[in-house]
Write a protein that binds this ligand. Structure first.
Ligand code: CA
Length: 626
């Protein structure tokens, strides 16, 4: 995750220097801390028998704690450096009943704080929920930039940054209401899952729109809506056949997070005498020759001046983050998590997290963002990795940046021994490095990189071939919002450029691209192209579950097959400028006794006995039949 360009950094440096040092701040705030308990509630009947509460309140560590509820035992009180914090280890019996109990904090026989703690009843099927998988296609959207369903929440009391739609790096007003209004659009396009960039509170003076500097881990940013709005969104999405994937960040939080303003203890975050940034060299984690200097800088350096780096070696931090993620899965009804910057938090914590999440939800899924451009270093981060030092992250899905790099060039280069579509071949030919490449998240672009249409120089044929490949090769495809509108901005002009507002998402927008009439002919052409492939994919067992059989690209042609039991899909990508007659005997092992082919894109029925001809710079996705 790259958040800021150079010009933005300067502004953030100014911000940093205008803040008082931690100790000064702590003193000021501790005079009147807001009483908090986190997680604010829990559930009866979870598999893990322990629950650790973080309690925050003025001199809370000096209190005695009393609670009484059948099946709940207070095992341990942990005081830390800052007396405004108290950690409570509770043990929950497997048969504890849903209900609520009072936790009393008593000082000199007087109750100074009370908290009514709820153990809620779990939704039926909560533990057996099914995560996203290769049967899904994920639509990635940035909530501030997708649709503004409620202009009344654009500016909210207490929130430091005000909406300014003219500022590419400012808040534009998109929200949960806007996503809810357009779920039908997403589902109609043929998507089955939505990854929404972070929705939790980012109460920062600037750059708060992207959501990666969280200031409250238990609260949706009021400019996006409320926690209940989020729950309603997930529920509605499920009714429309859409899974919701939450974006989570364990590496850092926002500088204005309430616990940063009054740190529980010095090793809650990594601190340095002067501002120290990460080296962003994630390679240092897998490098067998890495120096401690490089590795520590990667792990401990801050992502940016406004993003304090959490120390996940601290067991209290680890527990806080693990419980937070489980709380959201259970509270909101999630179908998946996308973990930001997987190599940057300590990998031991990630493994512990993975184990805990899958202990509660065996069929769930998590995709880790491991932004590494080489297959082996990518594969290291997947569950049951077969490369590396024996480390197991327990995260089933990993962002396939090797494939991303290959796709960026495959359809614009002339095909050669190792150029053009051969790049795709070489990535796939190294799939022996992965524990399970069918779970890799594959994508043409996302919120951090060039728009793919920019990569291919606004070449619609290249985009169509790329989409055909993305939606029929192995893995779990993810498509960034605006791809269907031919958004074409480069990353180097600033992240605001690759995160533009969806036209029609704001009241009064000149065009409404959510409707066919509001889109240009070119946009409708690519929209329909995607829709056809996406709808086909939803029901294609060979593409979503089948084996992959590929032929080395040659003569501008890349041909591969997806096979599931007696069903076969044949994909023909012709990246050359001339029409190609296929040598059918070459593919005999896959063509078997099939006689006809239905072209999913052109909707033509073709006879295989007459051979196949592929048009210049085009894709054919063929369902074979007898
Ligand atoms: Ca709004």
């Amino acid at each position: 995750m790259k958040y800021l360009s150079k010009s933005l950094l300067l502004i953030n440096l100014i911000l940093l220097f205008s803040l008082p040092a931690f100790s000064q701040k702590a003193e000021k705030i501790s005079q009147n801390p807001t009483f908090r308990v986190e997680p604010p509630s829990w559930w009866a009947g979870m598999k893990h028998p322990e629950l650790q509460l973080l309690v925050y309140g003025k001199d809370i560590a000096l209190t005695d704690v009393a609670l009484e509820y059948p099946g709940v035992v207070l095992r341990k009180k942990i005081a830390v450096e800052n007396p405004n914090y108290l950690f409570l280890d509770l043990e929950l019996a497997p048969d504890v009943k849903p209900g609520s109990f009072e936790i009393a904090f008593i000082r000199e026989r007087e109750t100074v704080f009370t908290y009514n703690y709820y153990l809620r009843e779990r939704e039926p099927g909560s533990a057996t929920r099914k995560g996203f998988d290769s049967g899904d296609v994920i639509y990635l959207l940035m909530p501030d930039r997708f649709a503004n369903g409620d202009p009344a929440n654009d500016n909210m009391p207490g929130m430091l940054e005000k909406a300014d739609r003219n500022n590419p790096g400012g808040r534009h007003g998109g929200d949960i209401a806007g996503i809810r209004k357009n779920l039908d659009y997403i589902s109609d396009l043929g998507m089955t899952a939505v990854w929404i960039n972070p929705l939790l509170e980012n109460n920062n003076a600037a750059w708060s729109y992207h959501g990666y500097a969280i200031t409250d881990f238990y609260k949706v940013d009021p400019r996006f809506g409320t926690n209940d709005d989020y729950v309603a969104l997930v529920k509605e999405a499920h009714e429309k056949g859409l899974k919701i994937i939450m974006d989570m960040i364990f590496n850092h939080c926002g500088i204005n997070h309430w616990f940063i303003n009054d740190l529980p203890m010095s090793n809650w975050i990594h601190q340095f005498p002067e501002f120290t940034k990460s080296n962003f060299r994630a390679e240092a984690i897998t490098d067998p020759y890495a120096s401690e200097y490089d590795r520590n800088k990667l792990l401990q350096g801050w992502f940016d001046t406004n993003m304090p780096d959490l120390d996940q070696r601290n067991p209290l931090v680890t527990e806080y983050l693990i419980q937070n993620s489980i709380w959201w899965i259970e509270f909101a009804g999630l179908s998946g998590i996308r973990l930001d910057t997987q190599p940057y938090p300590y990998k031991e914590m990630i493994a512990e997290w993975g184990k805990r999440v899958f202990n509660e939800y065996p069929d769930f899924n998590i995709v880790g963002e491991a932004w590494l451009n080489r297959e082996g270093m990518n594969a290291y981060y997947q569950k049951d990795a077969i490369v590396g030092d024996g480390y197991n992250s327990y995260l089933p899905s990993i962002t396939d940046f090797s494939m991303h790099g290959a796709m960026a060039r495959a359809f614009t280069e002339n095909d050669g021994w190792s150029e053009g579509m051969a790049r795709l071949y070489y990535v796939l030919a190294q799939d022996f490095l992965w524990a399970d490449p069918s779970k890799n998240l594959i994508f043409l672009d996302n919120h951090d990189v060039n728009r793919y249409f920019n990569n291919v120089g606004n070449d619609i044929d290249a985009l169509k071939m790329a989409l055909s490949f993305l939606l029929t090769t192995r893995g779990i495809p993810q498509i960034y919002y605006g791809t269907e509108l031919l958004m074409d901005e480069p990353e180097h002009k600033g992240h605001g450029e690759i995160r533009k507002d969806f036209p029609g998402g704001w009241p009064g927008d000149a065009v409404n691209a959510f409707a066919r009439e509001g889109r240009t002919n070119d946009q409708n052409e690519i929209f329909s192209y995607m829709q056809r492939l996406l709808k086909f994919r939803q029901h294609s067992l060979p593409v979503t579950r089948g084996k992959l059989l590929q032929f080395i690209p040659s003569d501008g042609l890349y041909v591969y097959f997806r096979q599931h039991e007696d069903q076969t899909v044949m994909v023909v990508l012709n990246n050359s400028k001339s029409a190609k007659k296929l040598n059918m005997t070459k593919y005999a092992e896959a063509l078997k006794d099939y006689t006809t082919a239905n072209d999913v894109i052109s909707l033509q029925k073709l006879s295989l006995s007459k051979g196949l001809e592929s048009k210049p710079r085009s894709a054919m996705v063929l369902e074979l039949s007898r």
